[in-house]
Design a protein around this ligand. Structure first.
Ligand SMILES: Cc1cc2nc3c(=O)[nH]c(=O)nc-3n(C[C@H](O)[C@H](O)[C@H](O)COP(=O)(O)OP(=O)(O)OC[C@H]3O[C@@H](n4cnc5c(N)ncnc54)[C@H](O)[C@@H]3O)c2cc1C
Length: 392
């Protein structure tokens, strides 16, 4: 892997996205956080500027750049310290859309991928249920084959963009055991309803929904890929989501180190700046080491993913587990350096801590990452044996 994977094109993207954030996102951040939902218009603006589609094919309205362009977007959003918006955007772009891009029919791509990249339609990925999260094979929402259509019944929990979404890539049970399928579910379908889940610790700007499906008629043309292959598609797709999560965690922690450094220089105690206390200087040094470790780890995982696709699952799971835990510790240390002010909302570190806590739970918990890693290194289970390459 090159020491600096970013080209001049990536740097230009970074500059223009940073300007976009300053103009279109930062001024509204507090309001969205208070309202516990972002403005729908911000999706259209992201789409108009092409920021959703950076790594998607030109043919569908993307920019055709590599995955490092998505890393640029993730890093800049996390540096703006509005984790909820970042999550909402990535739950739109890097959870459902890669599945449509890799497996969808031309009609599905034109009807869903193209408008989603333009920000005209909002997307979500609906897998988790109140009774099944880590255990994807335990979901109970069913799609009954009615000949010319499916009849969908059940419910989903904790779905990001759940109440805003125009469509959901929906995991449904079409048979026993791991026989799951993915449907492109239009939220205008009669029998569908959604309510917001507001009692979250953090990520307040993101819309989290509980979804209900009552005798929803879904045309057969909504099936993504093959019937009963959904479980494997989901497992593959998690890789991209976990990579982005690792990048987000690293960038948030980097932001927090910057804030802590600034505060140490400004704040005085016992007649001198707290930056003069060796214990804090060393704490900041250790935090910086940890950020670099997170960055190296996640960049290596991105590189391997570009090279091998979902077969890079081992390093991706390691990076996700490591960054998920480490970034929380780094931000917690940044809060400590801010003393009582860190516990207040004024410096943004409290929000970063709340938001980052999700990283070791969402997109596969740390325990599940450990489970995947131990299966590979102890039982020597090859990942490629378990996975179907959705890119092929
Ligand atoms: C804010 C938010 C947004 C989310 N957005 C989405 C979304 O957009 N789409 C979506 O589908 N889901 C979403 N999720 C769901 C998220 O992916 C799940 O919460 C997560 O996968 C954990 O599942 P669970 O909550 O059912 O916990 P459980 O699976 O019930 O886990 C409970 C505990 O048991 C542990 N555990 C479970 N199985 C094992 C095992 N085999 N070995 C060891 N330990 C184990 C877990 O690590 C955890 O500590 C979101 C969740 C949140 C909180």
């Amino acid at each position: 892997m090159a020491a600096n994977p970013f080209t001049e094109e990536h740097q230009l993207l970074r500059t223009s996205f940073r300007q976009f954030i300053e103009k279109e996102i930062t001024p509204h951040a507090e309001e969205w956080e208070k309202n516990k939902i972002c403005d729908r218009g911000t999706f259209s603006k992201m789409g108009e500027h092409g920021f959703f589609g950076v790594s998607f094919p030109l043919k569908y309205g993307g920019s055709g750049m590599d995955l490092w362009s998505a890393v640029v977007i993730a890093e800049e959003l996390s540096h703006a310290n509005i984790g909820g918006l970042s999550m909402s955007f990535f739950a739109h772009t890097y959870l459902p859309l890669p599945l449509i891009n890799a497996l969808g029919t031309e009609e599905q791509k034109q009807n869903y991928l193209v408008p989603a990249l333009k920000g005209e339609k909002i997307a979500a990925l609906g897998i988790t249920e109140a009774g099944a999260g880590s255990d994807v094979g335990g979901i109970k929402t069913t799609a009954k084959d009615m000949g010319d259509h499916y009849l969908v019944n059940g419910s989903k929990m904790f779905i990001t963009n759940g109440t805003m979404a125009d469509f959901i890539v929906l995991a449904v049970r079409t048979g026993e055991g791991h026989n799951l399928s993915l449907l492109l579910f239009d939220t205008s379908t009669p029998g569908f309803s959604a309510i917001p889940v507001h009692n979250k610790l953090g990520m307040h700007t993101s819309d989290t929904g509980q979804l209900f499906f009552e005798n929803c008629k879904v045309p057969k043309s909504a099936l993504i890929g093959k019937e009963n292959a959904g479980f494997y598609y989901i497992m593959n797709n998690f890789q991209e989501e976990r990579l982005i999560a690792a990048i987000n965690g690293t960038s948030s922690a980097d932001w927090a180190v910057g804030k802590a450094k600034q505060y140490m220089k400004e704040r005085e105690a016992f007649g001198k700046p707290i930056a003069k206390f060796q214990v804090l200087r060393h704490k900041l040094a250790q935090m910086s080491i940890s950020v670099e470790a997170c960055r190296s780890f996640s960049y290596r995982a991105v590189s391997e993913f570009i090279e091998k696709g979902p077969e890079a699952a081992l390093i991706i799971s390691m990076a996700k587990a490591f960054v998920g835990e480490e970034s929380f510790k780094i931000i917690n240390d940044a809060l400590q350096i801010h003393g009582g002010w860190g516990y207040m909302e004024d410096y943004g570190v409290a929000r970063a801590l709340r938001d980052t806590r999700l990283l070791s739970v969402g997109a596969g918990t740390t325990e599940i990452m450990h489970e995947i890693i131990s299966r590979v290194i102890i039982d020597e289970v090859e990942h490629k044996r378990q996975l179907i390459n959705v890119r092929s």
